[in-house]
Design a protein around this ligand. Structure first.
Ligand code: ZN
Ligand code: ZN
Length: 236
């Protein structure tokens, strides 16, 4: 078993709400400075900065978990962790057809920059990424699993997009074996029994990426070992 310092929820400059300095290259560099060994990039409803992030992470020897933070029809934030970048990109393209036809207004929402590994802007995403998709929590959960990914409700105890605040409960029929709990707030519900509980930064600024304080223990340092842990949950 290996214990890895990690931060498993953060946004790049492709998410309109994130700072333009959050380039894939800067994110990986900052993660290394902070002593992290594993990160997930989880932009809102897109995976388009994952290819650059993967190149940068590989160059540093940092384990990158390909992720997205998807907005369900109920406006719940659901993290999707995927086995590889291609699968995440494929899901990102699929999701595009399930987003409202709404253009980004950069001056109002912020820039949506697709970057290469050298901090060059290679595209600007026009469709507004922070809108809700037309897929329900239950549909998205099934769709992510069909592709070999793992759905994890994000910051369940924070904001109207947190599952516990939005729905008031964690639906047992969806069999989540992992949830993300926001550390700065109490979590009245105790859905944690048998579940993996993730604490991450949800960083939108470089300085907010986590220090080396959260660890996760894996059979081996690989995406698959991480996904397997999330699928199994903790022994009760
Ligand atoms: Zn969120
Ligand atoms: Zn987020």
């Amino acid at each position: 078993m290996e214990r890895l310092y990690c931060d498993l929820h953060m946004h790049s400059c492709l998410s309109p709400c994130a700072n333009d300095d959050m380039t894939p290259s800067n994110i990986c560099g900052m993660a290394m400075l902070k002593g992290l060994q594993m990160i997930a990039l989880t932009d809102h409803n897109t995976a388009r900065n994952l290819p650059a992030a993967k190149i940068c992470a590989d160059a540093y020897g940092l384990l990158l978990i390909p992720g997205m933070e998807i907005t369900t029809k109920e406006e719940v934030h659901l993290l999707g962790y995927f086995p590889d970048v291609d699968t995440a990109m494929d899901f990102s393209e699929f999701l595009r057809g399930h987003m409202p036809a709404k253009k980004n207004k950069p001056e109002f929402f912020g820039n949506q920059l697709v970057m290469d590994e050298d901090d060059n802007t290679v595209a600007i995403e026009d469709e507004l990424l922070i809108a809700a998709s037309d897929l329900t929590l239950s549909q998205l959960t099934a769709l992510i699993r069909e592709r070999g990914g793992v759905p994890v409700p994000a910051h369940i105890n924070r904001g109207s997009n947190g599952l516990l605040i939005n729905l008031g409960f964690v639906p047992e029929d969806l069999s989540f074996k992992a949830v993300e709990v926001w550390k700065g707030l109490p979590c009245a519900h105790t859905p944690q029994v048998g579940k993996v509980v993730l604490h991450s930064s949800d960083a939108h600024y470089l300085g907010d990426i986590m220090e080396a304080e959260e660890t996760i223990e894996l059979e081996e340092p690989s995406v698959e070992a991480f996904l397997e842990l999330l699928r199994r949950g903790r022994p009760e």
